[in-house]
Design a protein around this ligand. Sequence first.
Ligand SMILES: [Mn+2]
Length: 310
Amino acid sequence: MIITVCSDIGAGVRGADQGINALLNLSKKSGLFDQIDIRECVVTFPEGFSSQYAKHIEQVLNISESVCEEVWDSRVSGHFPIVLSGDHSSAAGTIAGIKKANPESRLGIIWVDAHADLHTPFTSFSGNMHGMPVAAALGVDNLACLLRDPDKMTQEFWSRLKLLGGVFEKTKASDVVYVSVRDLEEQEAYLIEKLGIRNFSTTELHDKKATPLGEQILAYLKDCTEIYLSFDTDCLDGSISKGTGLPVENGIMPKEAEDLIGAILQNEKVVCFEITELNPGLDINSATINIVYHILETAVEILKVNNRLD
Ligand SMILES: [Mn+2]
């Protein structure tokens, strides 16, 4: 099942909501999603509360609730949801939906991204919500790195975001794996160090090669009963990821991304895959779109072969 989340409200640079249609248009031409159910999350909520500490947080919460419900419904009906989202803030909803469908599960998270997305309204300088979903999933505030003094309303909405899906701590830091995270702010670096989150660097990926690294990541998460794989377009090398809000050098090359995603999706513990932060308005000659579409194609083919996609 495909679940779309056409929102860019959590990003600093707007336009990632168009990335979903770009992928859907290519899929129509090739028939990639023929016979696959496509569901659309509700994203048209009124603007609501917003603050400099957490921009559009009420709308992000409402959209995340909608994502949570769709992913939950998909999981309890026995489907494998591929989530195509605009900005990465939606992942708080995706993770909540997976956990709500199976609260007893030990959920592992593989976060392939240039950024750790580990900020909170207490530590974020920009207040952009797409930098916060991993912190929300872990249920952390990171008060040791207090940079901001969010108002009561912001704190209340943040608490609700952390509690999405009815479970406070959706995953443990030891069950989170970063791949290619390389653009860290000091508050995030502090948490990664303090919580001991494993970050497989781009150099490790280049050296070990993508397929063995994928297997190593799965071995690292061997005690998890379910795994969520999140792919942020900006994990790709800055030279080929112009079509994303925050391109960063020293990233993943297309073939590596395909092989890595392919190796991970072979594991049946993986229950959901998300692709996010594709911004066609910034893309030159559709280079990034074509790369991301090819990764999506690879993922769909593997899941189809394994009879996991319908
Ligand atoms: Mn991200």
